[in-house]
Structure formats: C-alpha cells, structure tokens
Design a protein around this ligand. Structure first.
Ligand code: DUC
Ligand code: ZN
Ligand code: ZN
Ligand code: ZN
Length: 484
C-alpha cells in the first residue's frame, strides 16, 4: 500500500519547492512530479512539512503528589491533531529509584502511543548506582539526561552532583539538560511570601523571578564547560537566561535553548487580577513573563541563538490545581500545549512575519532531530526518511477551546485564541492519523526511537577542559541523504 501527497509545496528547514511525495512502508520513497500511489492525499494550497517534534513532554508523570493528567494515548493523539508526529518524554525516577527501574515504567506507559516517541532520563539523585546505570540507559538509546536545579527537597540536584553527572555525560557522549532555576532562592522566596500571607497563585510568579532562571542558566553553562559537555537548557523563558545562552554560543560553547510556546504567547498578566482557577491553571515553572522577555525569545528564534520550541506538556485538571488552595506551593506545576504548539507558533510567528516558514520547520522539527541525533530519519522530507509528515493548510482557521481539544483536562490555557494555519493531514510513519479535521489515530502505532551519541556530544569539549573527553567515532542515526 502506497500513498502519494499531491499538488503541495514542500517546506523544509532550508528549501521551499513544489513536488509530490510518495510514501511506501512508512517511509518517503520518492519526491518528484507525476508520482502515482494507491491512496492520494490532495495538498492543493498546502505546505508539506516534516511533522513537528516536541522535545519536552511529561505524560502521566507522578509529580507534586499527583499524576499529570494526559497519558501517552491522549498526549500523542493531541500531538497528531496539531501536526506533531513525535514526542520526547522524560523518564523520571523518584529519588532513590534506579534509572532502569524508572525506564521500565515509561516503557509500559508508552505502549499506547499513537506516534513515535523517545525519552530523556532525569537525574533526580546521585550515587554509584546512578553513575553505573547511566551507561545502560545510553545503551538503550537514551542519550540525554535532565537535571532539576529547582524543586528543592524533591527533585533538585546540587552543584557537586551536577558536575559529577555532567562529567559522566561527557564520558558517555550524552547531552545533559537542565531545568535552570535557583532552587535555594525559590524556596527562600516561597517561604517568605507564604509567611507574609501571600498564598494565591500570583505568588508563584513572585517566587520565581527571571533572575533565578538567569543565574541558574549561567551556572549550568559554566559547569558544563568545566565538564567538557554541551548543554541543552529546557524551557528558556526570559532575557537573562537567553543572554547567558547567547553569550555562551558567541564564545564557542555548544549550548541550546528551548523556549515554550506558552512563554512566547502568554504573559504574566494571566496571574494578576484573575480568578483563582484562571491563575492556578497557568501555574508552571518557570512562570509566564512580561513582553520584554517575550520579545527576547522571538528574537532568539529568528536570530538562531535559541534552537527549538517545545511545550513542557504537563497537564493538570482544575481539580488537581485546587490541591494548592491556601498554599500556592502545592499547586501542581504545569500546563498543556501539545495540540496547540504548531498552530500557535505558525499564527504568532509565521503569520506576523517574526519567523519564516523555513525557520518554523527548523524550530519545531529539524533542529530538534539534529540535536537529538535522529536526523534525517526524523525531521526531514527526504527519500528514505520516516514519513512523519504534516500537510499544512495555511488558510484553515479555528478558535482554540477546551470543548474541542484532545487533551483530557477541563480547560485550555490558549482558550479563545484564533489560529490560522492547521494540519489538513498528519501522517505518522505513513499512517494517516488526522484527515480534514478528523482524528483517526491508531493506539499503539507509535514506536520507541532509540538514539545514539551524536557528533555534538562526542569529543566536542567546550572552551576550556578539552582534555576531559577524548574524541571517538560517531554513529549517525540515519539514512544517507539522497535526492537533495
Ligand atoms: N515545570 C512545570 O511547570 N511542570 C513540570 C515540570 C517543570 O519543570
Ligand atoms: Zn522543568
Ligand atoms: Zn478566567
Ligand atoms: Zn518539563
């Protein structure tokens, strides 16, 4: 069975051209004109792009005394509905739990995925077992390790642990990631706010000013430099963090920043003079910022100092958010966005001229596939690549609403936003999973994508401690690029 996508314009991270795409056995078999297939998808007036990759989700994750509400089935269905064909979720060991043990839990949960997925592994504590198991984790195809510099007393790791883990990453050719907020200062500010009687959700924002993120981002970059590893900074939300990343990149350090669609399009006014539920539903870390920070993030995306756009999809129902009535520190941190990332970024980025279409593809898909060493199997429209594709209709419109979303929660942080630009078709390894507004996903279709250490991580020490990592051979994941 073959499928041909006809009459569309292919848009990749570097090219825009008219051609048909032929799909066989879940892969792109040919790109050209006059192609013939068993099934025909009409892309007249549409752009044919690599499906989105969301590098940052938390599906069915135990967190802050509860579980994030959307599981792998719902989460990947939401992803596909919005043109995203792959998610990278965080396996999160509870402190003291073995990494391989946590991985087993994530293996079990993810069997229901509708689209392909991969994992990052979180380092939530440190010890000999973690050190040893990191090698096994890399052997399983997970080459990225996330560290929380916040959530003191729970998930946070200290600087000595960060340095030890970063050095281990250097040995293994893995890439460390950080949630960069100064957890000590956040804990201090939170305690003070509570003691002064500030218990509402707006105090969450006051407890995490942009300085705590800027400081931690810079500290993580310096520690990575001393360990001789690149660094991926998740949910970069403010100018101070962007500034640290920008400076590091200017100095030849390999550091990537990942703004979220929420921080790009929603601001701190969502917390102030709003009803409790409205504000609490938008409590996430880092919190939403003001216009100045948003402008900085948009500039970073077009200027190339920030590399990808994610969601940090970690959805909690209103009922779950209400665990924090009377104490904002107990409001489960997290917001949804999987279904809305692509349409929102298209509308507010491409639609306003802040991003070109090619930049849109780069930051939603191709850059991510490259950093995570999945390119060109993922993130590409090339012969031999997986047929993870979106046929994008730039004229299609909708108003975002919880009443029509895939996510299982009872609200949407983008409620009421008008988007222009939506998938006409979304294909997951050739399987049509969304067609003309109808979601027709197949539970369990998604496969785990194993990754290998990439060129960036292997033997690419940063500015100073070059001796710590010896160069070693690199195995690229993908097919030899042909045809373009
Ligand atoms: N921030 C959130 O808002 N939710 C999940 C974890 C995180 O770091
Ligand atoms: Zn985080
Ligand atoms: Zn409201
Ligand atoms: Zn996260």
């Amino acid at each position: 069975m073959s499928t041909v996508i006809r009459n569309g314009t292919i848009v990749t991270a570097d090219l825009t051209y008219k051609a048909d795409v032929l799909i066989e056995d879940g892969r792109i078999a040919a790109i050209g004109t006059g192609l013939v297939g068993d099934e025909v998808l009409d892309a007249t007036g549409c752009y044919v792009m690599p499906g989105g990759i969301d590098p940052h989700t938390h599906l069915e994750m135990p967190f802050m005394g509860t579980y994030s509400s959307d599981d792998f089935e719902i989460g990947t269905r939401a992803a596909l509905a919005g043109g995203t064909t792959m998610v990278v979720d965080f396996a999160l060991p509870s402190p003291g739990q073995g990494l391989m043990d946590a991985l087993k839990m994530w293996d079990n949960k993810s069997t229901r995925a509708n689209c392909d997925y991969s994992f990052h592994m979180a380092i939530t504590w440190w010890g000999e077992q973690v050190f040893d198991e990191m090698a096994e984790v890399v052997g399983r195809g997970i080459t990225t390790f996330k560290h929380f510099m916040a959530y003191k007393g729970a998930l946070m790791v200290n600087d000595d642990e960060l340095f030890a883990s970063f050095r281990r990453c250097a040995d293994l050719g893995a890439i460390p990631m950080v949630h960069a907020e100064n957890g000590d200062v956040v804990a201090e500010l939170s305690a003070r706010l509570l003691a002064e009687g500030n218990t509402g959700p707006e105090a969450h924002a006051y407890s995490r000013p942009s300085q705590v993120e800027g400081e931690a981002t810079n500290r993580a970059i310096m520690i990575a430099d001393m360990a001789g590893v690149p660094l991926y900074v998740v949910h970069t939300s403010c100018e101070e963090a962007h500034e640290a990343i920008r400076r590091a990149r200017m100095n030849g350090k390999r550091v990537w920043g990942e703004p979220l669609i929420q921080h790009l399009t929603l601001d701190e006014s969502e917390y102030f003079d709003k009803d409790w539920d409205h504000a609490a539903r938008r409590v996430m870390s880092p919190p939403f910022r003001n216009k100045k920070h948003q402008d900085s993030l948009w500039a970073g995306l077009s200027g190339g100092t920030l590399s990808c756009v994610a969601t940090d999809h970690c959805a909690f129902s209103t009922e779950q958010k209400r665990y924090g009535v009377g104490d904002f520190t107990k409001i489960p941190n997290g917001t949804g966005g999987l279904e809305d990332r692509m349409p929102m970024l298209w509308t507010y980025g491409v639609g306003t001229g802040r991003l070109t279409m090619n930049e849109f593809v780069a930051v939603t898909s191709t850059n991510i596939a490259k950093i995570l060493n999945m390119y060109p199997t993922k993130g590409a429209v090339l012969v031999g690549a997986d047929a993870d594709l979106v046929v994008w209709d730039p004229e299609a419109r909708k108003t975002i609403s919880a009443t029509s979303q895939q996510s299982g929660i009872d609200y949407n942080v983008f409620e009421g936003k008008e988007v222009k630009g939506l998938p006409r078709y979304t294909l997951s390894r050739g399987l049509v999973s969304v067609a003309e507004g109808k979601v027709c996903t197949q539970e369990g279709h998604g496969r785990f994508v194993a990754r290998k250490p990439g060129e960036e991580a292997v033997g690419r020490a940063l500015s100073t401690w070059k001796a710590l990592t010896a160069p070693r051979p690199v195995e690229r994941s993908g097919i030899p690029a042909s045809g373009v």
